[in-house]
Design a protein around this ligand. Structure first.
Ligand code: ADP
Ligand code: G6P
Length: 507
């Protein structure tokens, strides 16, 4: 440990810092906002709180010196070229990511990658201990850092440690494939409190503790016996993440954003319906399924440009991992084919944009879109769905939402789809497009109420309170327990309704 002079009562650790250092073609460098939902959420949580953020600056080699940004102390952790390849692209994104997302693509196992994962997790743990004040709260994030809780606990028994998983936690049948499964669970059990997106994710974790490590669980808690014979109790519970509702609503009400939304509509030829997709270019997002359904709707003559257009924003992601490279090639080939077949001069069927945009431009796109298509095959939450809802201060717009997202468990008034069922997906897209205005508004109003009541600040407060009290008290107040039960009942009902509706399509 280097012994930092700056120490903090709150330390956040995530694989990425909120900003990436990018080397420009002229050799200069600039800082850009990092991609993904984790950074979006935690950036707004940390605004207005004092604390340190430990993470990687996004490029291989020496780490920049620690620095301050927006009142936050950023502590970069270096990764070598090999570590980027083995720990980040390898173990995190080619071993864990597929296993934690239903093995949509096969997972790759390499012992060398695991060794790098352990080594980098230790480096993060050391950096955390370096900036954590006596008795600090340490909040570790996501699948890249699952060994960190136990490593920090070993070095700093004085701190309180929480971990939140932004992605799903897999069923034990899939998790069991990992040769390092025991080590991962033991790593997590170094925390005082573990947060998950869905109740099912917390249950999957508790089941892994029981079935793979033989630990005893009771309700939301798991008990393990330490080497000195003492027992530790860890709580695992669902606290779904959210968005900065007030900030997004304020942004989307700005006259310049409303004006920009109009310009976007005009530049697309003022169509009757704009469909929008916004995703990192990731195989979990169901972009291929969405394009297939849309191409068939074009073929069937149910939609056609210029009356209907589809705008797909596909953010560059993990471009050196094979599965991502292949996905990009396939998506771009399919967009080319569809436009060649169904587009015309000045009138594309699909507008494909492979860029990152500033927040105000994203808000303008959400305002311009009549139907947002969110069709992941598996997604921890999907903040884009909630952002769309938060931006629709006009009460208009329709959300098509996959039942395999965390967001669906809160947004039952969306037009729900199973993206694997192409016929059903087509039907849902048409239903959302043709729904009477009053119905769309009723649905949007209910979803907006939900997101406004459960915004990102409430998520963070609930997490930090649960961590503060863990493991002594249940994380749910009696009111929240009743809400959970009502939610579970509503999930069941919505699922039954969805299956009944789809029985008509597939028998
Ligand atoms: P994931 O974390 O898997 O990428 P989420 O939907 O939870 O998925 O979060 C994605 C975040 O990235 C959202 O805040 C979204 O607004 C943002 N985002 C997605 N695409 C872009 C883009 N092209 N430019 C800027 N921000 C983007
Ligand atoms: C998801 C993960 C984050 C990750 C983000 C972007 O949101 O939960 O941990 O940071 O995707 O992916 P990347 O690999 O570019 O960091």
């Amino acid at each position: 440990m280097s012994g930092s002079t700056h120490t903090f009562d709150l330390v956040v650790a995530a694989n990425r810092l909120p900003v990436d250092r990018v080397v420009l073609p002229d050799g200069g460098t600039e800082w850009r906002r990092s991609p993904g939902g984790l950074v979006t959420a935690m950036e707004s949580v940390m605004r207005g709180r004092e604390g340190a953020w430990v993470g990687w600056a996004g490029e291989a080699g020496d780490a920049p010196e620690p620095f301050e940004e927006d009142g936050m102390f950023l502590r970069p952790v270096p990764l070598s070229e090999d570590e980027v390849a083995y720990y980040y692209e390898g173990f995190a994104n080619d071993t864990l990511w597929p296993i934690y997302h239903d093995v949509i693509v096969p997972a790759t196992f390499h012992r060398l990658w695991w060794t790098a994962y352990e080594k980098v997790n230790r480096r993060f743990a050391e950096a955390i201990c370096d900036v954590a004040a006596e008795g600090a709260t340490v909040w570790v994030h996501d699948y890249q850092l699952q060994l960190v809780p136990a490593m920090v606990r070993e070095m700093r028994p004085d701190v309180r440690i929480g971990w939140f998983n932004h992605i799903p936690f897999p069923p034990v049948e899939l998790f069991a494939q990992l040769p390092w499964r025991r080590r991962l669970v033991e790593g997590l059990l170094g925390a005082d409190f573990l947060g998950f997106q869905r109740v099912a994710d917390a249950h999957n974790f508790l089941r892994a503790c029981r079935q793979l490590l033989g630990l005893s669980t009771k309700g939301e808690t798991v008990t393990s016996t330490l080497e000195d014979g003492q027992t530790r109790v860890v709580r695992a519970s669902a606290i779904p993440i959210s968005v900065d509702f007030t900030g997004l609503e304020e942004l989307s009400r700005r006259p310049e954003v409303i004006q920009r939304a109009k310009e976007i509509r005009e530049s697309l030829g003022n169509p009757e319906t704009i469909f929008l997709g916004v995703d990192r270019l990731d195989y979990t997002k169901g972009i291929r399924h969405r394009l297939k359904a849309y191409a068939e709707l074009l073929e069937d003559g149910e939609v056609s440009p210029p009356e209907q257009v589809f705008m797909q924003v596909a953010t560059p992601s993990r471009e050196r991992v094979d599965a991502y490279r292949e996905l990009r090639e396939e998506v771009e080939k399919e967009v080319g084919r569809v436009n060649g077949e169904y587009g015309d001069i000045g009138s594309a069927a699909v507008h494909y944009l492979h860029h990152s945009y500033p927040r105000d431009e994203m808000a303008a796109m959400f305002l311009a879109a009549d139907v947002l298509l969110v069709t992941p095959l598996r997604d921890g939450m999907n903040l884009v769905a909630k952002e769309y809802v938060a931006c629709r201060h006009d009460g208009a717009g329709a959300l098509v939402l996959s039942e395999f997202t965390g967001a669906w468990h809160e947004l039952h008034q969306a037009y729900v789809c199973n993206p694997h069922d192409i016929a059903g997906l087509k039907q849902t897209i048409l239903t959302a497009m043709r729904a009477p205005e009053a119905e769309r508004r009723r649905r949007m109003k209910a979803m907006r109420r939900r997101v406004a009541d459960h915004d990102v600040q409430r998520w963070a407060s609930r997490f930090l309170e649960a961590l503060e009290q863990a493991p002594a008290k249940p994380t749910r107040t009696p009111r929240e327990q009743r809400e959970d039960e009502a939610q579970a009942a509503a999930d069941d009902k919505a699922e039954q309704r969805h299956h009944a509706e789809h029985a008509g399509v597939n028998g």
